[in-house]
Design a binder for this molecule. Structure first.
Ligand SMILES: [Zn+2]
Length: 256
């Protein structure tokens, strides 16, 4: 049993322990090229969170609980029309987050770290709202795939279902990856120059961007690359968890 994984923990495992914080893996339900599962973003965020929480406990004795992953991600046009791609609206995501914060407060847990696994998710505005409504509650978010620069670990850049995501899932859950059916993940950039330059932003229409839904070539993925990257990510994420949950550090920026 793992008393820090709510997918498997029993009340008997948790009732006599004190938890310093909770972690909320947040993913999506969406096609990931042909070779990764719909829930890839959920599994990756969850598995990275489990390792980071374990490392934080080993290093400093702080205890966290990894909550069940949220499978509703914000989706782009062209993606949401594909079979079983599920779009979670801002309002829905905020309602979910609010109910979780509300529950944790009753249990005397006042820190929540979202480990995000889906590029389309953005929590900043709802975290600002909740910081106003729950001034003594700390919410942070971290995109696990941005914590460590991917270029030092992978040969091909990954945006969606490419070498990074594929390699890390091959490390954690090899039985869920079938590289033999993977598409090339080739994509069409915006025709408009200023959009390519990032002068402004619009959501990409996924059906026009990629044939196999992937953005980034997954063919050179290996479990070994994924293991190295996951180790670096979870080391750094563990440090973040320790720093946020160490009271003297936390008190320097708490809101009330
Ligand atoms: Zn993904």
């Amino acid at each position: 049993m793992n008393a820090s994984d709510l997918l498997t923990a029993k009340y008997n495992d948790t009732k006599d322990l004190t938890y310093d914080y909770a972690v909320l893996p947040w993913g999506a339900t969406e096609p990931h090229n042909y070779h990764l599962p719909y829930l890839a973003d959920c599994y990756l965020a969850h598995d990275v969170a489990i390792d980071a929480v374990a490392k934080a406990h080993e290093r400093r004795g702080v205890r966290g609980m990894v909550l069940p992953f949220i499978p509703l991600g914000s989706q782009n046009p062209g993606q949401v029309g594909l079979p079983f791609c599920l779009h979670g609206r801002y309002e829905t995501q905020k309602a979910i987050l609010t109910d979780i914060v509300d529950s944790l407060i009753r249990q005397n847990i006042h820190k929540l770290i979202i480990v995000n696994g889906h590029g389309g998710n953005s929590f900043k505005n709802m975290i600002r709202d909740l910081a106003v409504d729950y001034p003594s509650f700390l919410i942070a978010s971290a995109d696990w795939f941005k914590i460590i620069p991917q270029k030092d670990y992978f040969d091909m850049p990954d945006d969606h279902a490419g070498e990074l995501e594929t390699s890390v899932l091959m490390h954690y859950r090899p039985e869920l990856v079938d590289l033999s059916v993977a598409g090339d993940g080739t994509y069409t950039p915006f025709r408009i120059q200023t959009l390519r330059e990032g002068v402004g932003w619009i959501p990409r229409n996924w059906s026009k961007v990629s044939q196999d839904t992937g953005i980034g070539c997954p063919h050179q993925s290996t479990a070994e690359k994924g293991k190295r990257y996951a180790a670096a990510v979870t080391d750094k994420l563990a440090t973040f968890l320790i720093e946020l949950t160490t009271e003297e550090l936390y008190s320097s920026f708490r809101l009330s």
